[in-house]
Design a protein around this ligand. Structure first.
Ligand code: FAD
Length: 417
């Protein structure tokens, strides 16, 4: 049996971007429906490392990266994997991605990322307090550690970008490092510390908590997969298998699954997915860690969540349809135990997620090319948890017709056409 409903604004997709957007619009007095094919936090917002890296400025494509790609692909414990059957599909995206490593593009992308993340901590503080969830946000910073001189020297380009774009960081000596994190194995020689970063102790609880807070202020949640969006004189009609929802405005927050729906509103966006994995462990054998820590040379993160230590890793190019392949992340477990000797190595949970990524490391935030009634808000790649509440605030201002608090043209939908 199909049902139909009406609202002022329909938000499609209930990850961190969608729940933040829905909450802020409902809070502003609009009648909002949030629809998701599986319910809140069913996508990539479930299993990430929970770091809120405010004032981030380092895009993923950097000068000279193309030279390291072959060795990264050949390293069996390295961070990058490609399913060869997906090569022909990802190739145009990869070519654009590597072209974004030209120095003038890096400067542009870094500045745009930095501007967008300027208020991430403040936006998180506002939404977590409004939703009664501030206990889940810890001000513990974001730490990267290196076991070799070479590994640390490899960060010089990233540090130059952070210096140029006013991103604060500290270089830690070995003794500073172990004062901060006594549980780490004494193999690390250098640390890079972004002190102002925050950490979410449980991303799932946070996203579902914001969704609950949204319903408490009158918002409506529907579970349905939206397949088609059409526009008529009255507004928009979003159609799922068993639902039809009429809305004056619509915001598309469907993360890595946004390409087809955005295409219905005139946008051909080079969106693909950088897949990533997690494993969960306990640390019964001694001290744990206090904050998310990146093992720089190996590109994995250990994050001390309230449910245990989560290891996240990998960029895998294999699209949205291929099944998971946990072999690569499992190979990293001995390295994780070497990094943190108290880690028991007994896998408790395993997960595959889909970072929604554009070649320039910037999201799409703004009106669709075909209709001002449809706003796009997706493509937050490695920083979606960081940028979710900020994106929600920017979208609220677009929908309400308020003056933009920062120039939105770097994030426009048609910037690649
Ligand atoms: C391993 C890993 C570690 C990460 N660590 C961090 C980190 O530490 N810090 C950070 O800032 N970011 C991190 N990220 C990135 C971050 O998790 C993502 O950028 C973010 O979760 C994207 O949020 P979203 O709301 O755009 O998408 P999602 O959370 O994927 O939500 C999209 C939603 O849309 C729904 N949907 C899709 N299609 C439809 C449809 N047709 N109809 C209805 N609903 C639909 C889905 O069910 C889903 O719930 C990490 C990512 C990975 C994979």
């Amino acid at each position: 049996m199909s049902s139909s409903s009406k609202c002022d604004v329909l938000v499609v997709g209930a990850g961190i971007v969608g729940v933040s957007t829905a909450y802020l619009l409902q809070h502003a007095g609009l009648h909002v429906t949030l629809v998701d094919k599986k319910g809140p936090c069913a996508g990539t917002s479930y299993g990430n490392a929970g770091a809120i890296v405010d004032k981030c400025s380092v895009p993923n494509s950097l000068p000279g990266l193309w030279k390291s790609v072959p060795s990264m692909l050949l390293d069996t414990t390295g961070p990058l994997t490609l399913r060869w059957s997906y090569l022909h599909k990802i190739m145009p995206w990869l070519v654009r991605f590597l072209a974004e490593g030209r120095s003038e593009r890096v400067t542009h992308n870094a500045a745009a990322l930095r501007r967008l993340s300027e208020t991430a901590a403040a936006d998180w503080q506002w939404i977590s307090e409004a939703a009664g969830l501030s206990d889940l946000v810890k001000e513990v910073g974001w730490l990267k550690v290196y076991d070799s001189e070479e590994g640390f020297e490899g960060t010089s380009d990233a540090r130059a970008i952070m210096d140029a774009h006013d991103t604060d960081y500290e270089i830690l000596s070995q003794s500073d490092l172990y004062d901060l994190e006594p549980g780490l194995n004494r193999i690390f020689k250098h640390g890079l510390f972004q002190r102002s970063a925050r950490f979410l102790l449980n991303p799932e609880k946070m996203v579902k908590g914001i969704a609950d807070a949204f319903t408490k202020i009158g918002g409506n949640i529907v579970i349905s997969e939206i397949q088609q969006i059409t526009e008529n004189e009255q507004g928009l009609v979003a159609t799922g298998q068993s639902h039809k929802i009429e809305a004056g405005r619509l915001v598309l927050c469907t993360g890595a699954w946004s390409k087809n729906l955005a295409g219905q509103f005139g946008a051909d966006i080079p969106l693909d997915t950088e897949r990533g994995y997690h494993l969960m462990f306990q640390t019964p054998n001694g001290p744990t860690i206090q904050r998310p820590i990146v093992y720089g040379e190996k590109s994995f993160v250990l994050a001390p969540m309230e449910m245990g230590v989560r290891m996240t890793s990998q960029v895998e190019f294999a699209g949205l349809e291929a099944g998971p392949d946990y072999r690569r992340i499992r190979k990293l477990v001995p390295l994780a135990q070497k990094m943190l000797p108290s880690l028991d190595g007994k896998e408790q949970d395993v997960w595959l997620g889909y970072r929604p990524s554009l070649p320039d490391s910037l999201p799409v935030i703004g009106p669709s090319p075909r209709s001002n009634r449809v706003t796009f808000a997706f493509g937050h790649q490695h920083y979606g948890m960081t940028l979710g509440p900020t994106t929600g605030r920017l979208v609220r201002d677009i929908v309400l017709g308020n003056r933009d608090s920062l120039p939105l043209w770097p994030y426009r939908a048609n910037r690649f056409s």
